[in-house]
Design a protein around this ligand. Structure first.
Ligand code: 13P
Ligand code: SF4
Length: 329
């Protein structure tokens, strides 16, 4: 397909930036959609938020703001736009709605879920609270509004230890990620009661795989997301949230790096760090990958797939994310 002059003028600068990670043949399919979406978002005063795991054509092509889940939540609370389109998964769109209840929040594919979020329900949390009376509940932001409504304070991997310690107690219920709970427990003296949830993407990495790559690539820097199993984090040089990982590369400019996380991260960070060589054993998040340019355009045109949070959950769930945001990074 040949691109017309108008599309070329508006999209060529983007292609020049991302050409290292985007074949020209593929770009020709994306460019007309990027052009349309960027025009439409201006006409509708819409803000496009994208998680770091979105593909480069979304992350670099149409996002007004791309970051980790904590920064996306905070950005959603500040916007003056009328519409927020969340290029991420369902809990991220729900969190944006909680932070900005008067905005129309759209999710391009309502089936973009998360294995952590679906591992626990509000009823599970109510039962845990009965079992551990007076023990505060800290929930990972990767949870439904139903779970957040039963939560004292939310956290992300960027501030989990800080949030747990902010409570000034000896014991907390920390939900639902078993591995993140272990990571937090290794950094604090607060006793952690955990749940058996896991991320279907990060649980697949093994320390054996990481050590083999280290042997084959002497001097490589390995950075991992704290949703990985503990022995993978032990084998890594640094662990942090998706933005923490990206900032680490920007600041340290390692010669060779491996990001132990979702595949699109390396592509997106490569664009911003052309001199760093990325070794890419990675796993795809099938939920994040449900978000595509055609679906984004369709949902922005029709303004469908709107996130609605029932009134009985709204206030309590909102308090838990506002507390998280006030604690910060
Ligand atoms: P971050 O909060 O680090 O962006 O992670 C969100 C997530 O879903 C990682 O799998
Ligand atoms: Fe959920 Fe894991 Fe996908 Fe993140 S990568 S959205 S935690 S399933």
């Amino acid at each position: 397909m040949e691109l017309n002059t108008e599309i070329k003028i508006s999209t060529d600068p983007i292609f020049r930036r991302i050409s290292k990670v985007m074949p020209e043949m593929e770009w020709k399919i994306h460019a007309p959609l990027i052009h349309k979406i960027n025009k439409l978002k201006k006409e509708k005063n819409a803000l496009i938020l994208a998680h770091n795991y979105q593909t480069p054509e979304i992350y670099h092509g149409i996002a007004d703001f791309a970051a980790d889940s904590l920064a996306l939540a905070i950005e959603a609370s500040k916007t003056k736009a009328d519409i927020i389109v969340m290029c991420g998964v369902h809990f991220m769109a729900e969190t944006a709605k909680l932070m900005s209840p008067n905005k129309k929040v759209l999710l391009p594919d309502m089936d973009a879920g998360c294995s952590l979020s679906s591992s626990i329900t509000g009823e599970d949390v109510r039962l845990l609270k009965k079992k551990y009376p007076n023990v505060p509940v800290v929930s990972y932001v990767n949870t439904s509004a139903d779970v957040k409504a039963e939560t004292d304070v939310c956290c992300t991997s960027a501030n989990a230890v800080k949030v747990v310690e902010s409570l000034g107690v000896e014991k907390v219920i920390f939900l639902p990620d078993e591995y993140l709970a272990k990571y937090v427990a290794s950094k604090t003296s607060v006793e952690i009661v955990s749940w058996k949830g896991t991320c279907m993407v990060h649980e697949q990495f093994t320390a054996k795989e990481i050590n083999e790559i280290k042997e084959l690539n002497p001097g490589i820097v390995v950075i991992a997301h704290p949703e990985c199993p503990p022995d993978v984090i032990d084998a890594a040089d640094f662990a942090g949230s998706t933005s923490g990982m990206s900032d680490y590369v920007k600041k340290n400019q390692p010669k060779k790096v491996m990001m132990v996380t979702e595949c699109s991260m390396s592509d997106n960070v490569q664009v911003e760090n052309p001199n760093v060589q990325f070794i890419r054993p990675c796993n795809l998040c099938p939920h994040m990958k449900k978000i595509t340019l055609p679906k984004i355009l369709d949902c922005l045109e029709k303004e469908n797939n709107e996130i609605i949070i029932p009134n009985n959950l709204m206030h309590r769930a909102r308090l838990s994310v506002e507390r998280m945001a006030s604690i910060g990074r």
